[in-house]
Design a protein around this ligand. Sequence first.
Ligand code: C5P
Length: 226
Amino acid sequence: HKKIIIAIDGYSSTGKSTMAKKLARQVGYRYIDSGAMYRAVALYALRHGMADTGGSVDEARLTAALPGIAIDFKVTPDGQRTMLNGEDVENEIRSMTVSQAVSPVAAVAAVRHAMTDLQQQMGREKGIVMDGRDIGTTVFPDAEMKVFVTASAETRARRRFDELKAKNMNAGYDEVLANLRERDHIDETRAESPLRKAADAFMLDNSDMTLDEQDALLLRIFNERT
Ligand code: C5P
C-alpha cells in the first residue's frame, strides 16, 4: 500500500480529532492536531500580553515574536502532548481562556504562514492524518484523502460542554455555544485561508451518525484511496 496524506477539516467540536486519531491508529499513521499548534501560539500570545480573551491581538509584536515560538509534539504512552518551547502545555491549551483567544491569533497571516510551513514539514513523508480548518485547501491541497466534517452548532456545543465537564473544566453550555459560533464566524470570514470545504473533499455531516458508522465510512474511503 502506498502512503497518503489524510486531511480532516471542519467546524469546531465535530469530533474531528477523535475520528482522526482513531483512523490514524487503525491505518498505522501519525496523527497531527493542527488546532493544538494554533492554541499553543495563542497561549504564548496571552502570556506575553499580545492577545486577550476579548479578541484583540497585537499583530506586529506577535509576528516579531514568531521566530522564538517553537511548537512540537511529544509522543507519550497516553498520547501526544503539545509542547511550547519545551514546556508541556497540552492541558492549558484546552482551557476556555485559550479557546477565546485562539481564532483572532490564528487569523494573523504570519502565524498562518509559520504553522503551515511546520505542518508541511511534518507531512513530508506522508503517512499522516492531520485535522484542522485549512488542511485540504491550503496546507496539503494535493492530499489524497480529504474529509470535511460538520454538525449542527447545538450538537457540537453539547459535545464540547460534556467534554469540558468530564475534565472538570467548568464552563456553561451557553458560553460554550457562543464561543463556538464566534470561532466559526472568525474562521469562515478571515482573509487568510478561511475555513471552507475543498472542492474534492468528502462532506461528512455526523449530527445523526454513530461513531461506528463514521469509522466504517472513513475506512472505506481510505481503502479506495490506497
Ligand atoms: O481544532 P481546534 O478547535 O482545537 O482549533 C482551535 C482554533 O484554531 C480554531 O477555532 C481555528 O481558529 C484555529 N485553527 C486554524 N486552522 C487550523 C486549525 C485550527 O485556524 N488548521
